[in-house]
Ligand binder design. Structure first.
Ligand code: HSE
Length: 429
């Protein structure tokens, strides 16, 4: 075994940083045997030094910027988080010094990944971000290496453990959204700002990264249409069950004739599809390639130990000299691809209306759909008593989004409709 260690400086000792330090300590012998050299911590930075044997004797910095500039490391592990600020500063410093970077920071990669990969190419450094998407699931390597013989045409998945935990727990325990969100935060799944999770922004960051790798194009975060789970109610979760679906927050990117589609939205997923059965904080990612067909990867999408596993996978690549361009090919060879126009997207839909239970309501609803050429598939209505407000639930056959939205405007204008109609896409797979 070579005596030359891979010298690692770690910036950020929160949930993921703590897990990474623990893994490097607990598995030190195994890692060294597999890499043929030790992986050695030469610096750690955080506001407060954690009291752990794993950091005994490791130089400690309260200023990550000072560590990035002064410490003699081969690789800086950035686990501070945030799209810019100190995280971006320390990463730029490391790359400018020609030192490699490993990060779990999806927001930073989604916003600045191309610029950082270009900087790494210029200075001969490498940048690894396996931990930025899917927690412990090795999806970055899968797309960049394992599927490199394919034209990947679709990548989709459950990419946010917090939302999946909330939707699963609401269904299983019949609990309220806010109560379950607070629990997810306590369990360490949620982002510092939970709106990133529940409004789909975290999923959009991850999807933008996956789409870039899958379709060999520059990251296009602005091209991701994004809708979160705030408006998903217990009522809709119950109807989904009745209709044979589970509601999941999906990120979906696909090559279509109209261009690249990239969207985040809550969807009705048929029980026959594996994603319907991915529960709690788990993530799962489905890819479709022209030679391989469909692949599905599932695993823990958040938390200290799974995410540390992905961080260390990148460190092991560096220790072993297994390096390649961050996005699979040189940044300048990534091809800008047009986005599909909004409104062109085709889907089947679930619609829930709250209506007054009185004569003629169905005729008006049917007319609104007919006028936009939207074809009904199923209807559920259980009356209570005359003149009470009751849910009417419908599914409609595949239609384009623009027609569906116009039909919703027509429904909304009816005097018998008591609330804004709820619309959830049905994912026909
Ligand atoms: N907040 C993220 C999630 C953490 O819930 O999936 C991992 O990126």
């Amino acid at each position: 075994m070579s005596k030359t260690p891979l010298k690692i400086a770690i910036a950020g000792l929160g949930t993921v940083g703590g897990g990474t330090v623990e893994l490097l300590h607990d598995q030190a012998e195994t890692l060294a045997a597999r890499a043929g050299r030790p992986l050695t911590l030469v610096g750690a930075a955080a506001l407060i030094k954690p009291d752990t044997a794993a950091l005994a004797g490791v130089p400690f910095f309260t200023d990550a910027r000072a560590m990035a500039k002064e410490c003699d490391y081969d690789v800086l592990v950035e686990l501070i988080g945030g799209a810019s600020g100190i995280a971006l500063e320390v990463v730029r410093t490391a790359l400018e010094r020609g030192r490699s970077v490993v990060t779990a920071n999806k927001a930073m990669i989604a916003h600045h990944g191309i610029e950082l990969a270009r900087l790494a190419e210029k200075t001969g450094a490498n940048i690894g971000f396996e931990a930025s998407v899917g927690g412990g699931i090795p999806i970055i390597k899968s797309l960049r290496e394992g599927l490199s013989g394919n034209h990947v045409t679709k990548v989709m998945g459950i990419l946010n453990g917090t939302c999946n935990y909330i939707l699963t727990t609401m269904r299983d325990q019949g609990r309220d959204f806010a109560d379950v969100l607070a629990e997810a935060q306590k369990l360490g799944y949620a982002e510092a700002d939970p709106t990133f999770d529940i409004d789909g922004i975290d999923t959009a960051h991850k999807l933008a990264i996956l789409a870039s790798l899958a379709f060999a194009m520059p990251i296009n975060l602005d091209g991701v249409a994004c809708e979160g789970i705030r408006h998903v109610s217990a009522l809709d979760i119950g109807y989904a069950d009745e209709l044979g679906y589970r509601i999941k927050l999906l990120g979906v990117a696909a090559v279509t004739e109209a261009g690249i589609e990239a969207r985040v939205y809550p969807a009705m997923v048929p029980l026959s599809f594996p994603l319907a059965h991915v529960s709690g904080p788990f993530n799962a990612i489905v890819t479709e390639g022209d030679f391989v067909g469909r692949t599905v990867l599932e695993g823990r999408g958040a938390g200290a130990r799974p995410t540390a596993s992905a961080v260390v996978a990148d460190l092991m690549d560096l220790a072993c000299g297994r390096v390649m361009p961050a996005f699979g090919v040189a940044v300048d060879t990534l091809e800008v691809r047009p986005a599909a126009p909004a409104g062109a997207h085709r889907s089947a839909y679930y619609i829930r209306l709250m209506v007054k239970d009185e004569p003629g309501v169905f005729a008006d609803i049917a007319a609104a759909l007919r006028d936009e050429k939207v074809s009904m598939e199923q209807i559920i209505q259980r009356g209570r008593a005359p003149n009470q407000t009751v849910p009417v639930v419908m599914t409609v056959h595949e239609t384009d989004e623009a027609s569906m939205l116009r039909a919703v405007d027509r429904l909304n204008a009816l005097a018998s409709i008591a609330e804004q109609p709820r619309l959830i896409r049905i994912e026909n797979l």
